[in-house]
Design a binder for this molecule. Structure first.
Ligand SMILES: [Zn+2]
Length: 249
């Protein structure tokens, strides 16, 4: 399937999943579709999981300086743990800066999400709950985009695929893992991404996984420069778009 038919399919799927779309939203979709059609061949999506956090503002500052759009996969518990309405403020700041918010469950609880009899239903309930939480704290922000904690590729069972296929959620994984959660220095994160991309084995569309860490924010400017030097353009996620997360060639 070509890029255009894919995006048309994505937008149609978005329209026909039972949501009511205002004329203004349709205009926005068409506008975004046109933008998408003009996209370069080599594109990169920057994604940050598990936030918001005490480092969100630092990340947002770097993204603004580098003019890079990102997707924040937020967690309900991360929003709740922040006092004095800070979680709410950060969600709204992400949106004000033009980033996309996707959902990453309420609890990130591996056992409950994947290893219980009712895990597929629990997984869906958690995604619905975090979506409702974000909507309540923003001006009704809503998306179909989600990411399974630890990745659907390794953790989804048949039940998860079936349950999520019946929902209006669309979960994406990643194909470049910065492994920043396990790293203890800025240099290590940078080296990891560098070695991943240096061997030219990656497809034209990359989805990069990061977490909200202090050293990630420090490594980000150099990483962004490097990814751009490899010919990739950072693009925003367009609601309804189907992202192909291809494996290494
Ligand atoms: Zn996570």
């Amino acid at each position: 399937m070509g890029k255009i038919s894919k995006i048309v399919g994505g937008i149609l799927a978005f329209f026909f999943t039972g949501m009511i779309v205002s004329a203004q939203q349709v205009d926005k979709q068409v506008e975004e579709f046109i933008k998408y059609d003009q996209r370069p061949t080599k594109i990169a999506y920057l994604t940050f999981d598990d936030g918001p956090s005490i480092y969100t503002e630092k990340l947002l500052k770097v993204l603004k300086e580098k003019e890079v759009p990102a997707i924040f996969f937020v967690m309900g518990d991360s929003i709740d743990i922040m006092n004095h309405g800070r979680g709410e403020m950060l969600l709204n700041k992400m949106l004000e800066d033009g980033h996309h918010i996707g959902y990453h469950t309420m609890t990130h609880n591996r056992d409950k999400l994947y290893f219980m009899g009712d895990s597929p239903e629990f997984f869906l309930r958690e995604m619905i709950a975090v979506r409702e939480k974000v909507a309540a704290l923003t001006d009704g922000y809503w998306s179909t985009l989600c990411r399974a904690p630890y990745g659907k590729r390794t953790h989804f069972k048949t039940g998860h695929y079936n349950t999520m296929a019946r929902s209006d959620f669309y979960c994406i994984d990643w194909n470049i893992d910065s492994m920043d959660w396990a790293q203890s220095s800025t240099g290590a994160i940078y080296s990891r991404v560098l070695s991943e991309l240096a061997n030219e084995k990656y497809p034209d569309q990359i989805v990069m996984l990061f977490h909200e860490k202090d050293i990630t924010a420090d490594a980000l400017p150099s990483i962004i420069d490097f990814v751009r030097s490899k010919g990739y353009t950072f693009v925003p996620y367009v609601e309804g778009e189907i992202i192909e997360v291809l494996e290494k060639k």
